[in-house]
Design a protein around this ligand. Structure first.
Ligand SMILES: [Ca+2]
Ligand SMILES: [Ca+2]
Length: 243
């Protein structure tokens, strides 16, 4: 049994080593997120809404080979209008004050495009997006991703009592778009738009999903273990014999 546990440990270590998480804070330069944060995570800051670029590191400060560029300018960035903004625990690793309380924004007559490049064609990417703004007007932001496949989601970012009594901004809801693969140029395009007056992106988490080959390896490995266990069991005289 100890051997089996050791083999399983090795397999799961291989899987976890290939999974990466990336955190990005969008906003003006006044409130960048420092690294590491209170959870020991490293962040990337994008501070130029018209032409910003960044070479992205993972939450463990590892090089990812992925970069992001603003390829269609946002209208502008916004500062933190509520310095004490505290998000809900549901935001997970995105729940850092300097990250969630500032943003890039668009208006209904514009869009903002972010192009992610240097992606791995054998992996898929899950985008978890947070946006918020303090306003009694209900404002909804749309996020669309286009790579080898596509996906989209929307998020209500402001509105009367949206975050609870007297709290007119989003404090805990996220837009999640899963399993997007890169296109033939190893890129994914994220478009931010709105049918309301304004649309926002405050912070973004990208989870790099292990390539299918690794998952197959794990399943194959587990299958091999079961066969191995069964054959050992039989060799010891165990097993169910016909009576
Ligand atoms: Ca910030
Ligand atoms: Ca931000």
């Amino acid at each position: 049994m100890k051997t089996i546990l050791s083999i399983l440990t090795v397999i799961f270590t291989v899987v976890s080593a290939s999974a990466q998480t990336i955190l990005i804070d969008f906003g003006g330069g006044a409130n960048p997120t420092a690294s590491p944060d209170a959870n020991s995570n490293y962040w990337n800051n994008l501070v130029a809404p018209s032409n910003g670029t960044a070479t992205l590191v993972s939450t463990t400060n590892a090089t990812t080979g992925i970069s992001v560029a603003v390829t269609d300018a946002f209208d502008n960035s916004g500062p933190s209008p509520y310095a004490t903004l505290t998000g809900n625990a549901s935001l997970g690793d995105l729940n850092i004050g300097t990250a969630i309380s500032d943003y890039f924004y668009v208006t209904s007559s514009s869009i903002g495009n972010l192009t992610f490049s240097g992606l791995n064609a054998t992996k898929t990417y899950t985008f978890t997006i947070f946006g918020t703004r303090n306003a009694t007007e209900t404002r909804t932001t749309s996020y669309s991703l286009i790579g080898g496949n596509s996906g989209n989601a929307s998020l209500v970012v402001s509105g009367t009592n949206l975050g609870g009594a007297g709290i007119n901004y989003n404090t805990g809801n996220l837009a999640v778009i899963s399993s997007i693969s890169p296109n033939g140029s190893n890129e994914i395009l994220l478009t931010v738009s709105t049918a309301s007056t304004y649309g926002y992106i405050s912070a973004l988490q990208i989870d790099v999903v292990p390539e299918p080959a690794v998952a197959v390896l794990v399943l194959g490995g587990m299958g091999a273990l079961l066969v191995w266990r069964r054959s050992r069991h039989r060799a010891r005289g165990g097993g169910h014999r016909a009576t």
